[in-house]
Design a binder for this molecule. Structure first.
Ligand code: NAD
Length: 519
């Protein structure tokens, strides 16, 4: 308990709030450069998923607190947008160094609140850090366009300018990476930002806010509120918020996309997934099975790019026994225990949902060839653990195929040909990611060309692009028209202003009004 309190009680978290009767560490709000206790009466408990112990509480910010946060963003925008781009860049150059210096500490908080293994939590921070590094090239990313001499003595040029106050709403599964997809890109472009982290894992965002402050970001440029539905509605409706970045489930994402759009905001909404790994019989077997097992069960399957569905094509159907053997060898343990391959699910509710979906598969005719539902982890008997689970003979009409399971469960389908596999993938409503495993270039090319999915890997199981590209999930996995990070991210957080100017050397004066449309 002392170790937990030491991890959580910091600038952004007090051992016990003066406004609460509990002695639980209490997450603060970050308003106008100050970490402040909320005056709310509504709290959400934070659990350690490995033990189900309550380790802290997060406030549902009051209306006044949320208003204060937006107002702080709005005020600071006036100065921040006029701050030179080189000064903004310098702050983010310092920020990326501070994240590197504190990477392991942030990872420990992620493991405590979210459950993933420490190595995986470090990867979570690292992938976010890469977006910050990318944001540091803002001086190139924000370049506009020019066209001289569009007519006599007339030049046209565009500026990319910030929008104003932007907001972010994040999920629980990447407590560092996903907030880092949002506020650094928005802020380096000159926007100010209101962040609402997942109420289940607020610690990493709070740590990252402190580091940003230490990097020199002026007070009010980043504000953080906490909460659930009321906070989300507030963000969707507030007239001073110009754009919303959302990552999470379809249920929330579609609602936020619609509600935010109705009130005139730009919204980018990254949502759920069902990612297929197509295994061709000519694939490198050893490599493919290891990739598949890692991508299906890593992070306990709680990645939006988890390879949760395998399609074994032709003779690759015979590889099933070896796939099962490899999955069995993974070690399930608390994320901070040495050697753990996968940790617990985020909550007891998530565990029940995953187990129910597995049961539905059995009832609907699938074969449960590896059942991790009754796994017991010594010393962590109350944790939300599920071991690697494999369902075979799965058909596209089964619930376990149609729903995103978001747990360490691999559903396996079989086809005779690549064409049948492509048809299955394209009929699935989601389009987040997919991978093909093959040693044949023509097969790989055909798959990439015909498959209707936003991110495709060839012998790469989790093809999340590096941040100089963008995260390009498609179909039911995305709403909006401009993706996260990369050039698209800059486009999302900026608007264009186009100037057309005419300068004559001899200061020509018109002799009569020009009433005809200029051509
Ligand atoms: P979630 O939708 O439950 O929560 C995300 C955020 O929305 C949280 O901040 C939460 O407070 C808020 N929220 C939750 N329910 C809401 C509702 N009904 N109305 C308004 N706001 C609501 O998602 P999660 O469980 O935290 O994350 C898992 C989901 O996120 C999975 O579906 C996963 O695929 C998806 N995800 C997608 C990507 C991607 O880039 N496509 C990345 C990571 C996670």
């Amino acid at each position: 308990a002392r170790r937990i309190t030491a991890l959580l009680c910091n600038t952004w978290c007090s051992p016990s709030s003066s406004f609460s009767s509990s002695s639980m560490p209490t997450t603060k709000l970050f308003i106008n450069g100050k970490f402040v206790d909320s005056k709310t009466t509504k709290w959400v408990d934070i659990h350690n998923p490995a033990t189900n112990e309550t380790i802290g509480r997060v406030p549902e910010a009051t209306q006044d607190e949320m208003e204060a946060a937006v107002s702080s963003c709005k005020q600071s925008f006036k100065v921040w947008a006029e701050t030179s781009i080189l000064s903004r860049q310098q702050i983010f150059l310092r920020y990326q160094q501070l994240i590197k210096d504190n990477l392991k500490e942030i990872a420990k908080i992620i493991t405590l609140e979210q459950g993933k293994t420490l190595a995986d939590a470090e990867g979570d921070v690292f992938r976010g850090l890469q977006v910050v590094e990318h944001a540091c090239s803002v001086t190139s990313l924000m370049l506009g366009e020019t066209l001289p001499s569009v007519t006599k003595d007339m030049d046209t040029y565009t500026f990319r300018l910030p929008l104003g106050v932007c907001a972010g709403i994040a999920p629980f599964n990447f407590p560092a990476m996903i907030p880092l997809w949002m506020f650094p890109m928005a802020m380096v472009c000159g926007n100010t930002f209101l962040m609402k982290p997942s109420e289940r894992v607020p610690g990493a965002t709070m740590f990252l806010a402190k580091l940003l402050q230490d990097s020199g970001a002026p007070d009010g440029t980043l504000n953080i509120i906490h909460g659930q539905h009321a906070a989300v509605k507030f963000i969707c409706d507030h007239p001073d918020i110009k754009a919303i970045s959302f990552v999470g489930s379809n249920q929330a994402g579609e609602y936020i996309y619609e509600r935010g759009s109705i009130s005139g905001k730009r919204v980018q909404s990254n949502m759920g997934a069902k990612n297929h790994g197509v295994v061709m019989p000519d694939a490198n077997k050893e490599n493919t099975l290891n990739q598949l097992v890692g991508a299906a069960f890593g992070a306990a399957g709680q990645r939006c790019m988890a390879l949760s569905t395998a399609i074994l094509v032709g003779n690759a159907r015979g590889w099933l026994p070896e796939l099962i053997e490899r999955a069995k060898k993974l070690r399930v343990n608390a994320g901070d225990q040495p050697g753990a391959d996968l940790g617990p699910l985020i909550s007891a509710g998530a565990k029940k949902r995953v187990c129910d979906l597995v049961e539905s598969g059995v009832k609907e005719g699938a074969e449960l060839v590896l059942d991790g539902r009754s796994v017991r982890v010594k010393g962590y008997e109350n944790g939300n653990f599920v071991g690697p689970t494999i369902l075979t003979k799965v058909k596209p009409n089964m619930t376990c195929y149609k729903e995103e399971v978001f747990g360490p469960v691999l559903v396996v389908l079989e086809t005779e040909t690549l064409a049948e596999a492509i048809e299955i993938v394209n009929r699935n409503p989601y389009g987040n990611g997919t991978a093909i495993f093959t040693t044949n270039g023509a097969t790989a090319r055909k798959y990439c060309h015909l498959v209707d999915v936003g991110q495709v890997g060839v012998n790469v199981p989790i093809p999340v692009p590096l941040p100089m590209f963008s995260f390009t999930g498609s179909r039911a996995s995305f709403r909006g028209d401009t993706n996260f990070y990369g050039k698209q991210g800059v486009q999302f957080y900026t608007q264009l202003k186009t100037i057309t100017s005419q300068w004559n050397e001899e200061d020509a004066t018109m002799t009569s009004p020009a009433v005809v449309m200029p051509t």
